[in-house]
Design a protein around this ligand. Sequence first.
Ligand code: CU
Length: 134
Amino acid sequence: MNLRRALGVVLAAVLVAAAGACRPADEGIRTVEIGLRYSRFTPSAITVEEGETVRFVLRNEDPIHHEFILGDAEVQRIHEVGEEPHHARPGEASVPAGGTAVTTYRFGEAGTLLFGCHLPGHWSYGMRGTVRIG
Ligand SMILES: [Cu+2]
């Protein structure tokens, strides 16, 4: 094997290795599991990176329906007083009793967002949490 051919073999091996390290299209999305139990979220505090896309997998272990609404304080206020239909956008999901729901959300700039359930009494009971961005 001459030198040129040997280099070709090495290059091919490097390319194969690099291809193996390539990520599938959705691998840039992190999955965060949140449990809903006794009308609480676990975990109730999450940290994400600026610009990160997170796929929330919401597992409701309660025998009652819950929801997951992600947004700033104004979004939470609007949902709490019932001025807006629920689950109309990314970061919002209805989670049936004993069931699982998924919603994917792309976070923006550094800051803090809230998530919570706005079924009657749930938010004030403490069914809420925070997402720190950055
Ligand atoms: Cu709830």
